[in-house]
Design a protein around this ligand. Structure first.
Ligand SMILES: *Cc1c(COP(=O)(O)O)cnc(C)c1O
Length: 393
């Protein structure tokens, strides 16, 4: 049997919407993007959505909109994809890693507090949190809702309020999630989403920022398209008016073709989430009794977005298990090796083994299994059977 790691859900409805756009005048940012933005806002219960070309762009623009740059530091997790940290570097700031919770792999709010207590001084009058070792200001926290399980946003928001920090959520895995009645984007200053090829909803490459802050939404809208005051639809569908360049912006605008791919997927998002929820529960039940397999915990009062299902195995055997699963035709992935151990981060910042031991352990143990609605019962049963046979050895 051959089981792909991921199969998308683009079908006739999406293709029809794309053809409509292709037959229309406007291919770039226009009314289909606006339609998607409004729909996405109402799904999440947030005021503003800005469609962009990737989650990386969404994170970059969020940081820029809050003026985060040189001489600034941003607290984040090493248990994530590199694109959580690279926008911090693109903005000119420095990522400061905090280790994760062993049960979930999410950034540990208690460790954020410990880091601040041990390394920082807070000037309440200026509202500035200073890292004493580097002399830089800590400006923001970027939590990642790993695999779709929300971080402890209530606690993270409380810490941010206490020390005057911005919270930018990397919600690349977590459109459908909820915890303690809170959805992504509701306690963060912005939340950033990915519509990359393997995400729960995809247009190949795409992303979005959501926020409840009108002036930040305006800034991000400006910065996603060169800092221009008018987009192409404004310039060519109405009486011509000159545009201005108000800021140095970027070329990150979502286009109508991408938005057309997303609309129907957003309509079906809960239906598809329910299928993944059932699948993940089946995996969980099957692996519960196997001693050599561990898995991230979905905490009480949490609805996981169920983006990835990962098993944690003996770090010494992980790669061998990975290859054996592949030999049996099962598509697997590693999400993720702790990023501070990747060459660029080691060489640029002097990171090494032992600095974030929990993230390192998860990164050395983790294997992602196929987690998408198109999987048949036979494929799921076969995957479970292979894992059962291959892991304990
Ligand atoms: C996929 C991913 C991103 C990047 O998303 P793009 O849309 O490809 O830029 C960022 N963070 C995490 C955790 C991701 O998994």
């Amino acid at each position: 049997m051959k089981i792909e790691f991921f199969e998308h859900n683009i079908g006739e409805t999406e293709i029809k919407r794309v053809i409509e756009v292709l037959n229309s005048l406007f291919l770039t940012t226009g009314d289909v993007v606006s339609e998607f933005e409004q729909k996405f806002s109402s799904y999440l219960g947030c005021r503003y959505t800005i469609g962009v070309t990737s989650c990386t762009a969404a994170l970059h623009l969020s940081l820029l909109a809050y003026g985060i740059g040189k001489e600034d530091e941003v607290l984040t997790t090493p248990m994530t994809f590199i694109a959580t940290a690279t926008p911090i570097l693109h903005a000119g700031a420095t990522p400061v890693f905090v280790d994760v919770e062993p049960e979930t792999g999410n950034i540990d709010a208690t460790k954020i507090e410990e880091f601040i207590n041990e390394n920082c001084s807070f000037n309440g009058i200026k509202g500035e949190l200073l890292n004493r070792a580097t002399g830089k200001r800590i400006r923001a926290i970027v939590p990642v809702h790993l695999y779709g399980h929300l971080c402890d946003m209530k606690k993270i928001r409380a810490i941010a309020n206490q020390y005057n920090l911005i919270v930018i959520e990397d919600a690349a895995h977590c459109i459908e999630g909820e915890r303690d009645g809170v959805k992504p984007g509701q306690l963060g200053d912005t939340a950033c989403f990915s519509f990359y090829a393997t995400k729960n909803m995809t247009c190949g490459e795409g992303g979005a920022v959501v926020t409840n802050d009108e002036s930040i939404a305006q800034k991000i809208r400006l910065l996603r398209l060169h800092g221009m005051t008018k987009n192409a639809a404004d310039r060519y569908t109405k009486k011509y008016e000159h545009w201005d360049m108000e800021a140095l912006g970027w070329k990150y605008n979502m286009d109508n073709i991408k938005a057309a791919l997303l609309l129907n997927q957003l309509d079906l998002i809960e239906e598809r989430w329910a299928l993944r929820e059932r699948l993940c529960q089946k995996y969980e039940e099957a692996f519960l009794k196997i001693q050599d397999i561990d898995s991230p915990t979905v905490l009480g009062s949490t609805k996981s977005a169920r983006h990835l299902f990962t098993v944690w195995v003996d770090p010494g055997k992980r790669d061998a298990i990975l290859w054996q699963l592949q030999d049996h035709g099962i598509g697997v992935a590693v999400n993720f090796r702790a990023i501070h151990l990747l060459e660029y981060f080691r060489e640029t910042f002097g990171f090494g083994r032992g600095m974030f031991p929990i993230a390192e352990k998860i990164g050395d143990s983790t294997i992602s299994l196929p987690t998408y609605p198109k999987l048949s019962t036979e494929q799921v049963d076969y995957t479970i059977e292979c894992v059962r046979r291959i892991v304990p050895q």
